[in-house]
Design a protein around this ligand. Structure first.
Ligand code: SF4
Length: 337
């Protein structure tokens, strides 16, 4: 069975953007692949943060993931900082990663433009990501489109490391050089099927820092208070104006939460001005409730018994440490340590 690895930042409770964009996909994939999912708290410290807040958010993220359906009996869930080998491998990779490759990463350019003083961790972030994946020699990585460039860097790093330190196989390649073992696989992207989820403002990607999200564990009243004023088709001014569902974020949320016959009905009612946007949003709220009720119930159970979360993370970390140690020992030996 192929092994997949994917990580999520400990940003606290999941919101529906990262649920639809990543985690709901993980819940399905855990039954199809040997799956390792990680709360990547070392990545979270590349920007200024409060230590107590980090602890809280890490726990809240683990609760959200388990409540959303990540099943520690089926896959492995752990916290990155509980497996220190991530940083050891990242250092090995730092020594061979071309600086130019890091400087041209779009996310580095965007993040560094927003900072007065740029920490080296922001530049080296994708090297740690490469280490996260390759430490488990994962060959597949579920990613959104915005992560494809980082994954390409992981492939560059794997290729370069293999060509420098992989054991010689004794065979000669067409270009006359000696073949080396591919110790680290070049991981392939498994693109998340859900398109990018826009925020309720309809302008930017759904993100906690933009304040345009719905948290996964919010109550129906809180969700409705956010859905009601959410931006729709900007050209649909009056109730009698026909709309264009494809340009409306509410329609895309219907596609994520409502059954196909409801999505069809929504499109028809919108195009024919058969209902108002509030009617449409009420149906969406009902569809969301159907999916979110069991998630909220599981989260409440976990909140009542925090040791279940700690036990799941501890057993995930123990499993990952064993794999990580094996990889690091082999890498160290090949690198001359
Ligand atoms: Fe969007 Fe629904 Fe309004 Fe159409 S009716 S614009 S899909 S909220």
């Amino acid at each position: 069975m192929s092994r997949i690895f994917s990580g999520i930042q400990p940003s606290g409770e999941l919101h529906i953007g990262n649920y639809l964009g990543a985690v709901r996909n993980w819940v399905r994939l855990q039954h199809e692949f040997e799956s390792i999912f990680c709360v990547v708290d070392y990545h979270a410290i590349t920007l200024p943060y409060e230590p107590d807040m980090l602890r809280e958010r890490r726990h809240a993220m683990a609760v959200s993931l388990l409540a959303a359906g990540i099943d520690p009996n089926v896959c492995t869930l752990f916290v990155q900082s509980q497996v220190p080998e991530h940083t050891e491998l990242a250092w090995f990779f730092n020594t061979i990663t071309p600086l130019g490759e890091l400087e041209r990463q779009t996310q580095f350019k965007e993040k560094s433009q927003r900072q007065e003083s740029v920490a080296a961790g922001i530049l080296n972030y994708p090297v740690l990501q490469a280490a996260d994946i390759l430490l488990y020699r994962a060959d597949t990585v579920p990613v959104g489109e915005d992560q494809v460039q980082h994954l390409e860097l992981s492939r560059v790093v794997a290729r370069k490391w293999n060509s420098m330190f992989g054991r010689r196989t004794g065979r000669t390649l067409d270009d006359g050089t000696e073949e080396r073992e591919a110790f680290f696989p070049e991981p392939q992207a498994l693109l998340t099927p859900t398109r990018r989820i826009m925020g309720l403002d309809g302008h930017a990607k759904m993100s906690k820092s933009m304040g345009n999200t719905i948290a996964l564990l919010e109550t129906p009243e809180q969700i409705w208070a956010k859905l009601r004023p959410a931006v729709t088709d900007p050209k649909r001014i009056k109730r009698t104006d026909p709309g264009t569902p494809e340009v409306c974020n509410i329609y895309h949320l219907h596609k994520a939460f409502s059954p196909p016959e409801t999505v069809e009905h929504v499109a028809h009612m919108c195009r024919t001005a058969g209902w108002g946007c509030i009617d449409c949003k009420k149906v969406l709220a009902e569809s969301m409730e159907t999916e979110l009720v069991p998630i909220r119930r599981r989260a409440a159970e976990l909140a009542a018994d925090p040791s279940r979360v700690d036990d799941a993370l501890a057993s995930g970390a123990a499993h990952c440490r064993a794999i990580a140690r094996e990889t690091i020992d082999a890498a160290r030996e090949r690198m001359g340590f």
